[in-house]
Design a protein around this ligand. Sequence first.
Ligand SMILES: *[C@@H]1O[C@H](CO)[C@@H](O)[C@H](O)[C@H]1NC(C)=O
Length: 508
Amino acid sequence: MRFLSSLDVRIRGATDGESRWLRILLVGFAFVITVAHGQVRYSIPEEMNKGSVVGNIVQDLGLDVKRLKSGRARIFTEDSREYISLNVDKGTLIVRERIDREELCAQVSPCSLHFQIILDNPVELHRVDVEILDINDHAPAFDRKEISFEIQELIASGSRFSLDSAHDPDVGVNTLQRYTLNPSDHFTLKELSRNDGRKYVEMVLKTSLDRENQEEHNLLLTAFDGGNPQKSGTVKITVTVLDVNDNSPVFSQPIYRVSLYENILKDSLVVTVSATDKDKGSNGEVTYSFSQSNEKETVETFNIDSDTGDIKLKGVLDFERYKQYELNVEAVDEGGQTDTSKVLVDIIDVNDNSPIINLISFSNTIPEDSLPDTLVAMLNIKDIDSGKNGQMKCSVNSDLPFRIKATSSNFYSLVTDRILDREMFSEYNITITATDEGSPSLSTNKTLRLKISDVNDNAPVFQRHSYTAYVMENNSPGVSIFSVTATDRDSANNARISYFLEKYSIKT
Ligand SMILES: *[C@@H]1O[C@H](CO)[C@@H](O)[C@H](O)[C@H]1NC(C)=O
């Protein structure tokens, strides 16, 4: 005879107080062995301490401790590892070894341990399922500590950069839920999903980058899970902005002004121009040159050092030729971006020119009876220096009977100052001196040799007022009695003397 009975019993779970189904199936054969089958399910969180009670099987399977002992109750697992052991004395299942849900099941959920409790005499098999519940024992984590990007400035906003994904071996809400990226002034996060439902993120450029403004951006990508308490993991993101030649050189001044004495030496430094370029490396390297627009004379007078911007004197300055130079300078960076500036060089006059005396007219000879103010010579005096350096005074030796009269600008006349007397001075060496007012002053001399011509203004003069002579009587006619001499201070014909007997009387 065959006896078959099946019994489902609803009992209360030992560990968490939840309702559990216990199904006891009794299969009996009248003449064969009777095997009792029971099944019990427990749920425990992972990571419980060793020795923690999983469940009371005596209660839950309707057995008693004596039966456990007599039946030599033991656990049979199909795989060798025994996480849970049976306390036969108390009829409880206890944690034998730390249970790590992630190690046991990885991403499989729910995660359960299955084993049998076997009793002998009579043989009983009881299936036990222990569901291992996930606890939030893992934080999301990134493989790398730091991610670096090198991004060229000026790239279009909307450009995307893929980021590392975080991993969280927990399951359900305890696993990775979302990401954040901070700060968010230049980049935003875009969350995407793979076919398997896992999330990954991209970093999207929101506003364009400017290396000159900020060369490095440091961001923090944080991955959060949904556990309680919530756990998170971070990775540092470093964005290095690469330079693009987006800046022109800029001169430090739109106009450089310099004043130079005209006598400065060749190779003297005139001025140093400088331009800066905010770009980096070769994009920011500036070279200097004179613009093509410069006058030929300018380029011949100055040179510019293309590296340093030093402008030096190459030629000779002459205020009298050029009073000002205008140099157009150019700064160029490697990318060909330019800026221009101007250097104004004012030349300061140095008293380097003496006055020049030109004789316009000159009478080599004037008669001695010339009246005062008689014109002797006309002079033109000039000095090509400017200002005081070009202003001058003109004079003549003060001991001579001549003076200088200014007629109109730069024209002077040399005139007699007094009555002349050839018989006293028949010629004069007149030195005219022109002196400028520079400091130190420069002067020029010119000597005119003037002859005074004779006028018959002197009468002959006898050496004596009267002469007395004695002659013998009966003298021969024609024999000299005595001679007289007169002199005349005039010259030439004016000094030739004729003698006449004007009047004579006879004394007896
Ligand atoms: C004027 O200068 C000339 C030449 O230097 C000289 O021979 C002459 O004697 C000088 N005359 C006077 C009056 O000094």
